[in-house]
Design a protein around this ligand. Structure first.
Ligand code: CDP
Length: 208
């Protein structure tokens, strides 16, 4: 069983994906980490993030053992990721790994922006997790200040809106809800309620 979970930044999709994976006993891949790691490696080698050949080399040479790097979790890494993620060469280079992960037995949960539309269009269940930009900014603001990052709510909101525009506006595999995806709006839901709703939808979809 392949479960594809897509949605914008701070919608809750990452937490939800992990909880769903644990619940169904499936491995989980946070595909955003791949793009974050590619951006990190491009910058480390002294290239600009827009440099498609440097980014392609980083994507092809990505060491998957480095995905646990705590630096990848920061806000700056997410921003950098969305710049290299615009490059079709980078997306293509990361595709085989994501598909192989998805196709392992007995299945997998993947979260990202294009899992239901481009990586696994044949996924058994697709969930598009979203929330208003204001609510997502509020969550991200709480998370970042708890980690000691000095940011204002207004700044976080403008960054969220810019990132949405970049991810939804790119020509190659833009962020969008797949036609057959279940929409889960978490604006007024806490993680527990979002999880219950997602599990209910998955069970209905697979006829359990
Ligand atoms: O956690 P958050 O939603 O902030 O970010 P993420 O899921 O780690 O993704 C970081 C960036 O990587 C996104 O803004 C996208 O530009 C890119 N990405 C993508 O293009 N396709 C994916 N399947 C996953 C992430």
């Amino acid at each position: 069983m392949i479960i594809a979970i897509d949605g914008p930044a701070a919608s809750g999709k990452g937490t939800l994906a992990k909880r769903i994976a644990d619940h169904f006993g499936l491995p989980c891949l946070d595909t955003g980490l791949l793009y974050r790691a590619v951006a990190r490696d491009v910058a480390r080698r002294g290239f600009r993030l827009e440099d498609r050949w440097a980014a392609l080399a980083a994507a092809r040479g990505l060491d998957l053992d480095t995905l646990g790097d705590p630096a990848l979790r920061g806000a700056a890494a997410g921003e950098a990721a969305s710049i290299v993620a615009k490059l079709p060469e980078v997306r293509a280079a990361l595709l085989d790994y994501q598909r192989a992960f998805a196709n392992q037995r007995p299945g997998a949960v993947l979260d990202g922006r294009d899992i239901g539309t481009a990586v696994c269009p044949e996924a058994d269940v697709k969930i598009y997790v979203t929330a208003t930009p204001e609510e997502r900014a509020r969550r991200r603001f709480v998370e970042l200040t708890a980690r000691g990052e000095a940011v204002t709510y207004e700044f976080v909101l403008s960054v969220i809106k810019d990132r949405d525009a970049r991810d939804a506006g790119r020509p190659d595999a833009p962020m969008r809800q797949a036609d057959d995806a279940i929409l889960l709006d978490t604006t007024t839901l806490d993680i527990e309620a979002a999880f219950d709703s997602a599990v209910g939808s998955i069970k209905r979809k697979i006829g359990q």
